[in-house]
Design a protein around this ligand. Structure first.
Ligand code: PLP
Length: 402
């Protein structure tokens, strides 16, 4: 774009740079033949759900892979969170970050528990352990950390706080499948951890999730709750719900496991390319992963310093969308600024200065197996160009709007 002019941008009347839309979380698809064979098998067996053989195999594989004793597969990550929270006996108030997908807060609210929003550490984007401790009251029963972007929380510090105050500690590990913390796989921390295998995650089962834990008692409770409280035929021993994963989802999960390392390798390639092409753009920094740990590299997250770029993430997002680059403002504006929390806790933002600042700066870019190296080069050229001409483009966007 060396010799291009701002009015060649699609948002200012030019032609979009891409014919196809590039998504942040376009599903990764593994080996279709293997998937269809498995689905055929399930149909032949006429075993479609209710703890079928694929679900059992899927659970065993995950538990073995992460060195964790129990894996309980579920219909989605949100129900897995709700069941884990209920089985862990949480009530009253639970401390969570606001910088997360809304399901973390909703799972608590759905169960009549108050989510108490805690600020993040601006460097890690995860719960700041010191901020957590300041929010503990006599009503607090637990902490839910979120391994945002797959980068692990400070599980050690949070564990110490939880023990000191006799609180349960769960992790929303929806982003952290295949990641590690201090050399140990995510899944082994706190009282339990929850994965999501939603279609937009790098590893998917169409819809799906799981709770993983090393606690036998908790696992037994979760298994009961997942299946209406059935302890045997015609024998219901406690209240439960329907959190079961179907055989089709488990078939997808087993098939995805076979190519999981390829998905991660592609994400890593994309991550390095973005890092390389986005280097040295003033006002734009890219979130990095600790390469000493295992990462899935599924999020490419930019932090935009508007004072330097002259464009805010919203304007940049609109410019990219016009080019068919469907960047997302995850996790704007923060749970505390969405309903019902905005009305319930109108002052929450006062305690969340780092969250409030970060949600105004972040922008996630497309990656995954449907985004190739040439796409990334082109996306980065556009960003570079837009930032270079930031002031002029901003003025033209304002003029156009007004
Ligand atoms: C951090 C976080 N928690 C929970 C969920 C909910 O998972 P699911 O969509 O599988 O219900 C998601 C994603 O969807 C998420 O990103």
């Amino acid at each position: 774009m060396e010799n291009s002019k701002p009015n060649e941008l699609a948002i200012l009347g030019g032609t979009p740079a891409f014919n196809k839309k590039l998504h942040v979380g376009r599903p990764n698809i593994g080996n279709r033949k293997r998937l269809f064979e498995r689905i055929n098998d399930a149909l032949d067996q006429r075993w479609l759900t209710n703890n079928g053989p694929f679900v059992q195999e899927f659970e065993r594989r995950i538990a073995d892979m992460f060195g964790v004793i129990h894996c309980i597969a579920m219909c989605n990550g949100t129900v897995a969170l709700e069941i884990a929270i209920r089985a862990a006996g949480l009530t009253g108030e639970v401390i969570v970050p606001s910088m997360t997908f809304i399901a973390t807060a909703h799972a608590l609210q759905w169960l009549g528990i108050t989510p108490v929003f805690c600020d993040i550490d601006p460097l890690t984007h995860n719960l700041g352990p010191q901020s957590v401790e300041q929010l503990i009251t006599s009503r607090t029963t637990g902490i839910i950390g979120v391994h945002l972007w797959g980068r692990p929380c400070d599980a050690e510090a949070l564990g110490t706080i939880a023990r000191r105050h006799n609180l349960k500690l769960l992790f929303d590990a929806a982003h952290a499948f295949g990641c590690s913390y201090k050399g140990r796989m995510i899944g082994n921390f706190g009282d339990g951890e929850v994965f999501s295998f939603h279609a937009t995650k790098f590893f998917n089962t169409f819809e799906g999730g799981a709770v993983v834990t090393n606690n036998d008692e908790l696992a037994a409770k979760i298994r009961l709750m997942r299946n209406f409280g059935f302890a045997g035929l015609d024998n219901v021993v406690s209240v439960g719900t329907n959190g079961k994963m179907s055989e089709v989802s488990a078939a997808m999960g087993l098939t995805s496991l076979e190519t999981m390392e390829d998905f991660i390798a592609t994400n890593y390639r994309n991550y390095k390319l973005y890092q390389n092409f986005l280097e040295m753009i003033p006002g734009v920094s890219m979130l990095t992963y600790n390469e000493q740990e295992k990462n899935n590299y599924q999020y490419i997250v930019l932090e935009i310093n508007e004072d330097v770029t002259h464009l805010n993430p919203d304007q940049l997002k609109d410019i990219l969308w016009a080019e068919n680059i469907l960047a997302r403002r995850y996790f704007y504006p923060g749970c505390h600024r969405m309903e019902p929390y905005r009305s319930l806790f109108p002052q929450a933002g006062l305690l969340l200065p780092h969250t409030e600042c970060l949600v105004e700066r972040v922008l996630s870019l497309p990656t995954g197996t449907s985004v190739g190296p040439e796409d990334i080069e082109k996306i980065c050229e556009i960003i570079k160009f837009v930032v270079k001409h930031g002031q002029e483009i901003r003025e033209r966007l304002i003029k156009r709007a007004g």
